[in-house]
Design a protein around this ligand. Structure first.
Ligand code: NAD
Length: 237
């Protein structure tokens, strides 16, 4: 029970990595709040975990305000935020429209920015851990997903600034980034058909659990690649 009585909000928690995060954090004693635009899957998961589901488009500031108010009302505060919601679309730089570029930025970068803003407000006094789902694409060239990679790079930079800001202000809030390589989820399988070399959602969730728990109390402003050295040996996974 490494997260006993902690309150954890996981955006995009209805599928893939977010779903696994919610399951593992709940198994370790956290009270989980799953938010997503997929209401049906989110509600089913929340009911199996005895948690709360809230409809939430991470690009909407008014949704963030409603969600944070509901979390405070239900659980009295927030200890852990996993900024996980995401989308992907394949298009190389020559075929990427400005609209696609801006959409990727809205979900990943704007969504994470709003999450960090509202989490700091909620955690300033009581402390907490913010975990931002970046990607290996943020630090290594992936020519098929330039808009996704650029947005994930912004998430990584934002993570560093949030961590330093909180430390300088004396807020007991940590902020870290997780950079998975290909992990077998519905999102990854739209880009890469062969899942044989991919990691599993639990490989990422175990890192999220560590960063959410007090065991990582001296870890902030850090980035964790989860790819079993796949990028170092030159493979996709
Ligand atoms: P997934 O498609 O299985 O799950 C993503 C979830 O986000 C879905 O439930 C979806 O409904 C939700 N979502 C999408 N847009 C949203 C919005 N505007 N507001 C709220 N929810 C929204 O994908 P996944 O692979 O589990 O991805 C989770 C995160 O991990 C993403 O940020 C993704 O970029 C990142 N990531 C995934 C991989 C991988 O290989 N799977 C690798 C690196 C990073």
């Amino acid at each position: 029970m490494r997260l006993k009585d902690k309150v954890a909000l996981i955006t995009g928690g209805a599928s893939g990595l977010g779903q696994m995060d919610a399951e593992l954090l709940a198994a370790e004693g956290a009270r989980v709040v799953i938010t997503d635009i997929d209401d049906k899957a989110g509600q089913i998961l929340a009911s199996t975990l005895n948690g709360l589901f809230l409809h939430h488009d991470v690009t909407s500031e008014s949704d963030w305000q409603r969600v944070m108010n509901a979390v405070t009302e239900h659980y009295g505060g927030l200890d852990i935020l996993v900024n996980n919601a995401g989308i992907v679309q394949v298009a190389d730089i020559e075929s990427t429209s400005l609209e696609l570029y801006q959409r990727m930025n809205a979900v990943h970068n704007d969504g994470t920015f709003l999450g960090c803003r509202y989490a700091i407000e909620a955690m300033r006094e009581r402390g907490g851990s913010i975990i931002n789902m970046s990607s290996l694409t943020a630090i290594r060239g992936y020519p098929l997903v330039p808009s996704y990679a650029a947005a994930k790079g912004a998430v990584l930079a934002l993570t560093h600034t949030v961590a330093v800001h909180c430390r300088q202000k004396g807020y007991p809030i940590r902020c870290n980034a997780v950079l998975p390589g290909p992990i077998a989820t519905p999102l990854a399988l739209t880009v890469i058909e062969d899942a044989s070399g991919m990691g599993q959602p639990e490989d990422v969730a175990q890192m999220v659990l560590f960063l959410a728990s007090d065991e990582s109390k001296h870890v902030s402003g850090a980035q964790f690649v989860i790819d079993n050295a796949g990028s170092m040996v030159g493979g996709e996974a």
